[in-house]
Design a protein around this ligand. Structure first.
Ligand code: SF4
Length: 103
């Protein structure tokens, strides 16, 4: 049985074109790959997608774009949940909770 990610099935995410510097990069590792690989439904699938992204020359830019645009799936070797956690950590670092000073 093929499982589908409930998040992806119900909410395909924003339709924002991939920047041309990513989509047209001749060295990107996903060139010609089946896009289904990047929407895994199991941990093994996530590992397979990460393997494709490993060492990709545009990995950092890819991850940053996916984070900024809230993409679903694996981009830059990271899952949507990992990117959201990273974004939350960065926001917390910029706007830390103000310390409470006892009187
Ligand atoms: S990091 Fe992964 S998804 Fe992004 S361009 Fe490279 S191979 Fe494709």
């Amino acid at each position: 049985m093929v499982e589908r990610s409930p998040v992806f099935a119900d909410d395909p995410g924003p339709v924002i074109p991939v920047p041309v510097e990513l989509s047209s990069h001749p060295g990107r590792h996903c060139l010609g790959a089946d896009t289904e690989v990047f929407f895994p439904v199991s941990e093994l699938g996530v590992l397979q997608a990460r393997l494709v992204c490993t060492g990709c020359p545009v990995r950092v830019a890819c991850r940053e774009w996916a984070t900024a645009t809230g993409q679903h799936g694996v981009w830059g070797g990271t899952t949507r949940e990992e990117r959201a956690a990273q974004r939350d950590a960065e926001v917390s670092a910029v706007d830390p909770v103000r310390p409470v000073i006892a009187a």
